[in-house]
Design a binder for this molecule. Sequence first.
Ligand SMILES: Cc1cc2nc3c(=O)[nH]c(=O)nc-3n(C[C@H](O)[C@H](O)[C@H](O)COP(=O)(O)OP(=O)(O)OC[C@H]3O[C@@H](n4cnc5c(N)ncnc54)[C@H](O)[C@@H]3O)c2cc1C
Ligand code: FES
Length: 287
Amino acid sequence: MTGATLAPAAGAKPTTGMVPRRFVVTSTRRDTHDTHTLELASLDGEPLGFEPGQFTMLLAFGVGEVPISISGDPARPDVLVHTIRDVGSVSHALAAAPPGAVLGVRGPFGTGWEAERGRGGDVVIVAGGIGLAPLRPSILQIAAAREDFDRVVLLYGARSPEEILYADEQRAWAAQHGIDVEVTVDSAAHAWRGRVGLVTQLIGRASFDPARALALLCGPEVMMRHSARALADRGVAPERLRLSMERNMKCGIGLCGHCQLREHFCCVDGPVFGFDQMAPLMTVGEL
Ligand SMILES: Cc1cc2nc3c(=O)[nH]c(=O)nc-3n(C[C@H](O)[C@H](O)[C@H](O)COP(=O)(O)OP(=O)(O)OC[C@H]3O[C@@H](n4cnc5c(N)ncnc54)[C@H](O)[C@@H]3O)c2cc1C
Ligand code: FES
């Protein structure tokens, strides 16, 4: 891959244990009615460094800690970016954190998308809702090395037009980087001129060569299960179908067992797995 690297930045400082580093919120942006993107800078001056697909354990002091994927540009490790959907007490405190607020950060943890495995072939990215956030670093990385890939397709589904994440950026990925972006929503008012339906319905008509394709999937598990099956039916090899299993996590470092899925600990063996590993487990609930 030219122009982009998967290695953590020189001098990058991961946290491997339970002690958080302190980061200050430098800017916030409201993406949708319940989703905010935060930019953070470390107070110790060391960049975090991460691989696309990895997550941190993000701590709102006095409220709690939750896993949140890194959604920033891997070429800019000095800026830690998180896109957070407000669904409960901790994510509410994080999404509402104003500039100047100090948050705790552990990580980065987990496995990455390994987009370089798509070099020389096509890449199909299937995302649902907030699931586009963990994929954004890989999309930026692919865009920066666009000539290393053939067709790049982003199939994105949101609940409504108002809930489409990174809408302006999606248009830029299409216009500036030749990424074939297809968007669908579950339901919409009359003013919406785009597609209505499930993201899985886009897979059948998407233009890519399954034999040379790498597929990256993130979204609700039911969406990933159906999408992975549809991609496999089109001929994408299961080990080249990679998906992020966002199970409940507490420690993030393989100690507590909260994220265990049979023999896999999603926090250290995942969150990004091959469909060859996950296909038999995707109907299994949390233990
Ligand atoms: C590896 C990983 C990466 C993640 N990345 C992001 C991200 O980039 N942005 C983001 O907004 N969220 C992300 N999440 C989900 C986020 O961690 C949860 O939304 C958060 O833990 C909810 O905590 P809470 O205290 O706010 O709400 P709670 O009161 O704990 O839960 C509120 C609701 O959210 C549901 N919920 C809790 N945990 C999860 C989960 N892991 N997945 C789906 N639903 C859940 C609960 O079932 C409940 O319905 C990620 C989760 C994992 C495991
Ligand atoms: S979150 Fe504790 S073992 Fe994975």
